[in-house]
Design a binder for this molecule. Sequence first.
Ligand code: ADP
Ligand code: MG
Length: 293
Amino acid sequence: MEEIIKKAEILIDALPYIRNFYGKTFVVKYGGAAQTQDDLKESFAKDIVMLNFIGIRTVIVHGGGPRISATMQKMGKKPEFVHGQRVTDRETMEIVEMVLGGLVNKEIVALINKTGGKAVGLSGKDGGLIAARKKMVRKITPETGVSEIVDMGLVGEVTAVAPAVIGSLQRDGFIPVISPIGAGPNGETLNINADLVAAAIAGALEAEKLILLTDVPGLLDKKGSVMSTLTKARINRLIKNGTITGGMLPKVSACLEAVSAGVSKTHIVDGRIPHCLLLEIFTKEGVGTEIVG
Ligand code: ADP
Ligand code: MG
């Protein structure tokens, strides 16, 4: 008996959060181990389905870099990166679109549907969701300090989001699953960092939360300890002194952009922890780093 009363208490503990978040939108960037390990995939899908049944509207934006690289290698192409971003020639872009928009997107859709949700896959091209332009990247050679502008090919940055298609799906209870591909001004296909796509969508939807799943415990300081809350000023110092680098740079930009677009809370969360989404949303402690404006 005591056991089952405890279960009721656990559910009741979630009540204030459920009341607060009912009907609100959470945008989740799905990637890393949570996207590749079977047990974590299942716990992610259960969390998403659970959130939707208690009235939280989730929107998923996914990555899939390792799958793109693996497919490129199978096709005899060598993946190339500048500051963590993939150099994307036309042939690479075709592979990106096939792997992300096809394989990876539909796997996530099937996973959620199998778990009892109703997911629909989209790319940023569908319904004109993501308008983008070609992005130029400044490459700095650390040894010499020399910087140059590098043409990354079909790498894009978001210029506008038309979220109507998301609203249409949500009205009928569907969970949108979005691959980070946008259309340029002449209809060309552009490959965009998924963290930044998630942030732009969260901003356009005036989401309550942006949650980025990753494979580290959160934003780490120089000693490797998680920093649980960070402000813009502190982040700028951490970038200058080289504490935040590589793939963490688009994540902090994503969070700051989302906050300035009106998203209430942004989190970088350890996706290797089973049910990290539920823990982040329904516990005081949370798991990872919260970034405030
Ligand atoms: P994801 O697939 O989640 O986008 P990325 O590799 O793009 O992962 O970004 C996360 C990586 O950022 C970490 O694995 C780590 O190597 C790097 N990183 C750089 N600076 C930090 C930092 N201060 N704290 C945590 N991770 C950092
Ligand atoms: Mg990344």
